[in-house]
Design a protein around this ligand. Sequence first.
Ligand code: G3P
Length: 218
Amino acid sequence: MRIFLDTANISQIRQGVKLGVISGVTTNPSLVSKEGLKDYKAIVKEICSLVPGPVSAEVVVNETEAMLKQAREIATWAANVVVKIPSTTQGLEVISVLAKENIKVNMTLCFTLNQAILGALAGAAYVSPFVGRLDDISHDGMALVKDIVDVFKNYKLKTEVLAASIRHPQHCVAAAKAGAHIATVPYQVLMQMMQHPLTDAGIARFLADWQRVQRQQR
Ligand code: G3P
């Protein structure tokens, strides 16, 4: 499984990339506005320059022609940009046109297996089931991830499953077990993934023992 960072925060992206485990970034209009960033194009271009892999940037219009126009424009911003298109009927039409133009799409706001199948058939490079938002309304978000993975495998569909709306480290574990190709995680979750109190306690004990031996040798 690959890990993407789900953020538009430049310092978080720089920090995450330094760890050598981040192979892409996903953004959405809420994440971009959270950073108070005015120049959408400039921020997406900067993120694309920092990350070796795909960077998802979302369209902010809903009508077919307007989405197509905006998606084509976003696709020119960087070689590694991926356009995020919502899971709607208009979105499907847009995805199928963009796929023919070799523009990579991440079909976002995916909440059902049917949406995922149609997105894959239209030619999306990625579909993004929103795990946390399904959990929020008492559905099993990770069961959807697993269903999509299984069906895509059954029919040899090339679209990758990008587990999104990840809220905590246990979601990452479950996404890996479900066979998601990618989990996109907030920076805080990335940090939590590496933490364990026994690791901290083990380091403290090793250092204390080491210092005791040093003192005895003096
Ligand atoms: O990747 C989609 C993600 O940003 C949505 O997360 O926590 O707003 O549901 P959340």
